[in-house]
Design a protein around this ligand. Structure first.
Ligand code: 5GP
Ligand code: MG
Length: 178
């Protein structure tokens, strides 16, 4: 792996495929043990989560379902703070064990809005699982129970995460070159 260019920005390798898969296996194992005997409804936040959701779900050995919502609060590399719900859940989450899946939690604005919306529907339980977490930027109180990896406050791309729509196809994670 070496430096790559996406539009006007250069990125350097950060998390390789082997490390990513190990991080995801570790989170899946925790979920498998915490939810033993229960059924899970995963709710993934598109677009960024599609690769993580796929690899995580393959390692869940419990009865589970998945659904997706599409929200967006990002414009380029900076959060806009404005949440737009583009399309949402069609089924009820009432009385279900729901795990929200995110590619990355940054300020927490996106996930907090969704978390509070779903809580109103009275799920049996509601937790958040994210591939990446930026603790230094997180401003919200909602607990992030499952974090595959905490990362510094640098913009990352690849493995579903984009820069202006590009870079999602990269199988590993790259960080903005400083
Ligand atoms: P938040 O609402 O927590 O500030 O931002 C969450 C969303 O912003 C994530 O789901 C993701 O789509 C996007 N985001 C936050 N940080 C990054 C980053 O470093 N790289 C990319 N590509 N997207 C990010
Ligand atoms: Mg996202």
């Amino acid at each position: 792996m070496s430096e790559i260019q996406i539009k006007d920005l250069a990125f350097v390798p950060y998390i390789n495929e082997t490390e990513l898969q190990k991080l995801i296996s570790d989170v899946a194992q925790k979920i498998n043990s915490d939810y033993k005997g229960k059924e899970i409804l995963f709710v993934g936040v598109l677009n960024g989560v599609f690769m993580f959701a796929s690899d995580l779900m393959k390692r869940i050995d419990l009865k589970c379902q998945i659904s997706f919502v599409k929200l967006s609060s990002y414009d380029g590399t900076e959060t806009t703070g404005i949440i737009k719900e583009l399309f949402g859940l069609t089924e009820s989450v009432e009385s279900k064990h729901v795990i929200l899946l995110e590619d990355i939690v940054d300020t927490g604005i996106t996930i907090e809005g969704l978390y509070n919306d779903l809580l109103k529907q009275k799920p049996a339980s509601l937790e958040i699982c994210t591939l990446l977490f930026k603790p230094d930027k997180y401003t919200k109180g909602v607990p992030i129970k499952y974090v595959a990896k905490s990362v510094p406050n640098e913009f990352v791309v690849g493995y579903g995460l984009d820069y202006d729509g590009f870079g999602r196809n990269i199988p590993s994670i790259y960080q903005l070159k400083s």
